[in-house]
Structures are given as C-alpha cells and as structure tokens.
Design a protein around this ligand. Structure first.
Ligand code: PMP
Length: 288
C-alpha cells in the first residue's frame, strides 16, 4: 500500500511529496509541528494537540494554514487514504516559501502545511515488559522550549548519544542540575513517598499533551502529584521513573545513567497510568 502525504492542498504519493528549497522551515527551522498517535483508528488527544499547535503558531506569529475544522478533515482523509489504524500523524506548519531573508516575508506568503501518517507499534510488548534505559545530557537548547518548533538539532544530537549508549532516551539537565525533560518526551519520577513528580510547565519544557492527560488521570485516581523540578540525584533515588509522549504514551524507565531505578523493573504505578491513558483513548470514536 503506497503511502500518501498531504502537501499544501494536495494528496501526493510520499515518494513524490516535496516542498520548495526556499521553504522557511528548511532554511531557518521557521515552523512548528505536532505528532498525534492513532490507536486502533482513534486519534489520541486530538483537541489537545491542535490547541497546542494554535499556541505554537501564535507565539511565532504564523497564521493557521487553514481553519481548524478543515484541518481536522484533511487529517481524517489522510489517515483514510493511508489505511493506517495504529501509528502516528505528523503535521508541520512553516512560515512558507519566500526568498531567503531572516525577517518575516510579506503577508501574501502563505504558511506551508505538510502531513504524513505512518504505522507504528504503540504496544511494544517487550519494551513495556522490560522498561527502558535513559542517560543524562546537558540541555543545550534555546529558552523557548514551550514552542513545539521544528528546530530539533539539540534533540537529534541527544538522541544519537543516547542510542550510542544503548539507551532509549536522553534526559536533559539544566544549568542548576535539574532535569528539564527527555529529548522527545516529558520526564517523571515517583518518589520513595509515592508522590508523582514532573517538572512544572514553563518556557523551560514542552508542556506535553500526554503529560497533561496523565496529570488529569492522577487527579482522578487520587494519586498525590507535584509539578516541580527534580534533580538527577533525586531521580537516582526514585521508586519509579517513566517518560511520556504522544508516541510512547507512558513508558517505564528501569535505569538512569546505568543505575537501576527502584527494584530495576517497570513500576506498577507507571503501568497503571499507562493503562488508564490507553482506556481513555479507546473510549473515543474511530476516524477509520
Ligand atoms: N518534550 C519534548 C521535548 C518533546 O519533543 C515531546 C514530544 N513531542 C514531549 C515533551 C512530549 O509531548 P507530547 O506528550 O505532546 O507528545
């Protein structure tokens, strides 16, 4: 089944999908993106991701590429054409195509919209059963990490370093020795006292849509939680650790910098949160 992409108003075979070399996303990383998981034909947290897309666009003064309801229709049509039931939808909006010049182009230049869908295993049984390893890295990013910008070079380098170290994710550490987040996920621990901790949402981190959903679930389940920064030392001592993102939902961590977390096995609370999150997604209506 050949894959189909959406590029600026057209559905095109992925192998032929392209944007101009003068697209500002390509030349300046002047754009934003979202990833939305598709679980058994259902979008996970579609509204939350589109709300955040609107926020990222607003922070950069980029216009919506089309009205939001139309965007939702395009998303559904792309999923239908690709016949993907489990995987993820990638959406990127840039400031558009214009002769290379740092300042914004004139308003007649329309934003570029690109979307792709790809299948993925959202229930990696072995990875969930075994947990994953993370390593710590210095956070070398800019100071507006709340914007989901396509400028991801620090994360590319961090993920590669993690991969070379046999780890699944890199946890980035700020100048005060506190964990900001993972290269492509939010970072969580559960303290020895059983308190769920994840960094508060400021410009220092991306406010993950999965993060927000998990906090709501914690509230509903009556689990004690704190939104605050935690140090690497505190993470080493944690009872449990896990990461959250649209593509992993809630993934238990069993090792940080080569030190076992808790008893070295995936944490029970992390597994419970994951299950509640998945139940919530499955309560939605399928789009395919
Ligand atoms: N932080 C960063 C830096 C990320 O790239 C991501 C994933 N896009 C997240 C957190 C998790 O966000 P979400 O749950 O919305 O996927």
């Amino acid at each position: 089944m050949p894959r189909v992409a959406y590029v600026n108003g057209r559905f095109i075979p992925l192998s032929r999908a392209a944007v101009s070399v003068e697209d500002r996303g390509y030349q300046f990383a002047d754009g934003v993106y979202e990833v939305i998981a598709l679980k058994q034909g259902r979008f996970a947290d579609e509204d939350g991701h589109l709300d955040r897309l609107g926020r990222s666009l607003g922070e950069l003064s980029i216009a919506w590429p089309m009205p939001r309801p139309a965007l939702c229709l395009v998303m559904r049509e792309l999923v239908r054409r690709n016949r993907v039931r489990n995987g993820g939808l990638y959406m990127q909006v840039t400031r558009g195509v214009a002769p290379r010049d740092f300042k914004f182009p004139p308003p007649r230049v329309r934003p570029s919209l690109v979307m792709t869908v790809r299948p993925a295993n959202l229930d990696p049984v072995e990875r969930l059963a075994n947990g994953v390893r993370v390593i710590s890295l210095p956070d070398i990013r800019w100071s507006r990490r709340d914007i989901k910008s396509v400028a991801l070079l620090p994360q590319v380098l961090g993920k590669q370093k993690a991969h070379e170290a046999g780890a699944f994710e890199g946890w980035m550490i700020d100048d005060d020795g506190l964990v900001t987040e993972g290269c492509s996920s939010n970072a969580w621990i559960i303290t020895r006292d059983g308190v769920l901790v994840t960094r508060h949402a400021t410009t220092a981190i991306l406010n993950g849509i999965t993060r927000q959903a998990l906090l709501r679930i914690a509230g509903t389940l009556g689990l004690p939680f704190e939104e605050r920064a935690f140090s690497l030392a505190e993470a080493y001592e944690a009872r449990e650790a896990f990461l959250s993102s649209a593509s992993t939902f809630c993934q238990p961590i069993v090792e940080i910098d080569g030190r076992p977390v808790g008893n070295g096995h995936p944490g029970l609370l992390a597994q419970r949160l994951r299950q509640s999150y998945v139940d919530g997604v499955m309560a939605g209506s399928p789009v395919i």
